[in-house]
Ligand binder design. Structure first.
Ligand code: NDP
Ligand code: DGY
Length: 328
């Protein structure tokens, strides 16, 4: 394996798990770290990346033309500790011949597990019910109290039957789901056959699903895709779950749909902005469960993500194939 030189500066935009940092440190490059759990301020990002050969970034770092210009001509590799890459200006990166590493697959299981937890917490009203125990609202066992919706015999619609979408479906199937629908840019025959899912239009998926899970990538096509028109087609008893990116959903339209009873409930692991201001109207609703983007947040997955991110970076700096390179 080619030794890397100390003159090669690598900028890491946040504290990441020590496993990943150790891999970078052992390589012989000069490591510059934004040593904080909070995002690097833009001015510090522009300063830190200047002259760097490689950068390790997170989904909260917008890597655009300004950042790439600040980096200068040395920059060979961007390694993001995420599978989503909507924070990267791909066209600008491609124009400059920079390679990109990312972390598909290794976070699929953790994210699918979280999605199932969020779906059940939302449909069976776990957060609301637990609050009632604490605030004295639990007076007795009541036949009509705290009822929710069940997965057995239901139709589940998946928007984006990719790695995570399919892993979610596999976990939901044993609950007795009657039918899976999915939508995307084109049918995914092989994945769909594993769960006997039917490819349908977005409208049909909205109309027929009891549970809708959004697990697509954020693109110009999916931006704002779940809007007033979409929610108006959903069943009044349906549950909406989003684990992709916040801006796939028009949050004002979602608020209206939830507040007026157009749909039953929503569970969101992602919002716009992140963090969601504590004064946001969605937080006033009992039928909306909001999590702080924790899909991949297990110790083992975050460790593995950090090591993959480091190995992508180093392979890129050495001019070797990366373990997980984004095809630009
Ligand atoms: P994949 O690339 O495997 O899947 C992405 C899916 O998006 C594909 O099935 C693709 O389907 C679908 N898609 C693309 N365009 C559209 C469209 N116009 N309409 C509907 N579907 C579309 O990625 P992963 O499954 O690994 O990850 C998916 C996303 O999940 C990430 O991009 C990220 O944003 C998010 N994520 C969130 C996490 C969290 O913590 N909440 C954790 C990890 C990921 P097709 O190509 O057939 O259109
Ligand atoms: C990703 O990787 O894109 C998630 O949003 C965080 O793990």
């Amino acid at each position: 394996m080619q030794a890397l030189q100390r003159i090669m500066k690598v900028f890491v935009t946040r504290r990441i798990p020590p496993e990943g940092l150790a891999v970078i440190k052992q390589s012989g490059v000069t490591l510059e770290l934004w040593d904080s759990d909070e995002p690097v301020p833009r001015a510090e990002l522009l300063k830190g990346i200047s002259g760097a050969y490689g950068v390790v970034c997170l989904l909260s770092d917008k890597i655009d033309a300004e950042v790439l210009d600040a980096a200068g001509p040395n920059l060979k590799v961007i390694s993001t500790m995420s599978v989503g890459y909507d924070h990267l200006s791909v066209e600008e990166i491609k124009k400059r011949g920079i390679r990109v590493g990312y972390t598909p697959d290794v976070l699929t299981d953790a994210t699918a597990e979280l999605t199932v937890s969020l779906l059940l917490a939302t449909s069976r009203r776990l957060i609301e019910a637990a609050a009632e125990v604490k605030n004295g609202g639990w007076s007795s066992w009541k036949p009509l109290w705290m009822c929710g919706y069940q997965l057995s015999q239901s139709t589940v619609g998946i928007i984006g039957l990719g790695r995570i979408g399919l892993a979610i479906a596999h976990r939901l199937k044993p609950f007795g789901v009657k039918k899976f629908l999915y939508t995307g840019r084109q049918p995914r025959a092989s994945a769909a056959s594993e769960i006997e899912a039917e490819f349908v239009s977005l409208s049909k998926l909205a109309e027929e699903s009891d549970f809708i899970v959004v697990s697509c990538a954020l693109t110009s096509e999916t931006l704002g895709m779940c809007n007033k028109d979409f929610f108006s087609k959903m069943k009044k008893t349906a549950i909406f779950i989003n684990i992709s990116r916040g801006v796939v959903v028009n949050q004002d339209d979602l608020y209206q749909a939830l507040a007026t009873g157009q749909i039953a409930a929503a569970g969101l692991d992602v919002t716009t902005p992140e963090p969601l201001p504590t004064s946001h109207p969605l937080l006033t609703l009992k039928n909306c469960v909001i999590l702080p983007h924790i899909g991949s947040a297990t110790y083992s997955t975050r460790n593995t993500m950090s090591v993959l991110t480091a190995n992508n970076l180093l392979a890129g700096l050495r001019g070797e194939p990366m373990p997980s390179e984004l095809q630009l």
